[in-house]
Write a protein that binds this ligand. Structure first.
Ligand code: SAM
Ligand code: SF4
Length: 347
């Protein structure tokens, strides 16, 4: 045993990849850098949100140390999200700092999910920091409906953000939440619009997360099985086998060559291939988006400057990753709901 310990080139915790109890390798980290947002999307937030006091949030330096620990432990892909990540003060300092892990080759991709409102300002800086792809959330191309669904958002500002992102050289993927009775009629317009701008498009089923006031979850839910069937009436669809380790399944529309993604937590469970974990802006790690269980990383982060304590806390959290979520609407009621908002964990 002694000989074995001496033979280890690194301490155990640095040399072993992050593997969860179901043999899934964890290589993808999504970090929410703020719970705040300049929009109030009806499926995500209530109109009157109480946000965390600033002292609860990890500082940008702490976020850097935490992300760097995950990268040291084998995370290859880092997505920055929120709330709206680009409204966090000085967030470009953080992106610039993270780019050192791209330069070293330890990180293969640095990406961001945004509502697009601040991209006109930041697209060039993101590209300069090594970001090459952005996900932009957009549920409708109708200005009035956009204002309704986001409550505080304005469509022209987001379109200018998309223009700026493409001009800067960022590859854009549009994320659209499928909402019954809201954007059903726009399915083909949204698809054609993305094709005309050479943007990928992913549809997301609405998930029961957080108290959203008087909005009705079941009423909002539009199954992507239905959406796909509608697309199939007009286009020839080919299933793509590509696996990203993520929840999306992809098809190609043969007529346009476009790739369309479906994120279907309700109609198809995708947990068996889940390779990701999420960290909130307060340093809680959620190893499953659809479960309440989480562990604290802020304590170990603030409690010691020794990386070993942080690494061990990350490993202990990954060892608790559950098999999957329990979201279910099939009994005409909302099952498996989690109390926190998507903006808390980061979408
Ligand atoms: N503010 C950024 C944005 O909107 O892209 C990043 C954070 S947002 C929480 C990330 C993604 O989560 C968005 O694409 C949003 O549409 C999605 N989202 C929020 N609440 C959701 C819910 N209840 N069900 C499904 N998707 C949700
Ligand atoms: Fe803000 Fe994104 Fe949530 Fe909309 S979905 S309220 S933009 S965090």
């Amino acid at each position: 045993m002694l000989a074995l310990i001496i033979a280890q080139p690194y301490p155990m915790c640095m040399s072993q990849p992050l593997i969860d109890p179901f043999a899934r390798a964890i290589e993808y980290l999504r970090v929410s850098v703020t719970d705040r947002c300049d929009f109030r999307c009806v499926y995500c937030m209530s109109e009157n949100m109480t946000f965390l006091p600033k002292k609860e949030l990890l500082t940008l330096e702490e976020l850097d140390r935490l992300c760097s620990a995950f990268i040291r432990l084998g995370v290859k892909k880092l997505r920055i999200t929120g709330g709206e990540p680009l409204v966090r003060r000085d967030i470009m300092t953080f992106f610039r700092s993270m780019s050192r892990h791209l330069d070293s080759g330890d990180l293969s991709e640095l990406t961001v999910t945004t509502n697009g409102s601040q991209l006109e300002r930041f697209a060039d800086d993101l590209f300069a920091a090594g970001v090459r792809r952005v996900n932009i959330s957009l549920d409708t191309l109708d200005e009035k409906k956009f204002a309704d669904v986001t409550r505080w958002g304005r469509l022209p500002q987001v379109i200018r953000g998309i223009d700026a992102a493409q001009k800067a050289g960022l590859r854009v993927k549009i994320n659209t939440v499928a909402l019954k009775g809201f954007n059903e009629a726009e399915l083909f317009d949204l698809t054609a619009w993305c094709a005309s701008r050479d943007m990928d498009l992913t549809f997301i089923e609405v998930m029961p997360m957080g108290d959203i006031g008087n909005e009705n979850r079941i009423g909002q839910y539009w199954s992507l099985n239905d959406l796909r069937a509608q697309l199939q009436e007009r286009y020839q669809l080919t299933d793509l086998t590509e696996k990203t380790g993520g929840p999306a399944r992809y098809i190609r529309i043969e007529e346009t060559g476009q790739k369309i993604g479906f994120i279907t937590p309700l109609s198809h469970n995708f947990c068996e291939s889940c390779n990701r974990v999420r960290v909130t802006c307060t340093g809680e790690i959620y190893t499953c988006l659809g479960q309440e269980g989480h562990s604290d990383l802020r304590g170990p982060l603030r409690g010691s400057e020794a990386d070993i304590d942080l690494d061990n806390a990350i490993r202990a959290a990954i060892a608790l990753k559950p098999k999957g979520h329990d979201f279910d609407y099939s009994r005409q009621r909302v099952d498996g709901q989690v109390s926190r908002h998507m903006s808390h964990t980061g979408g």
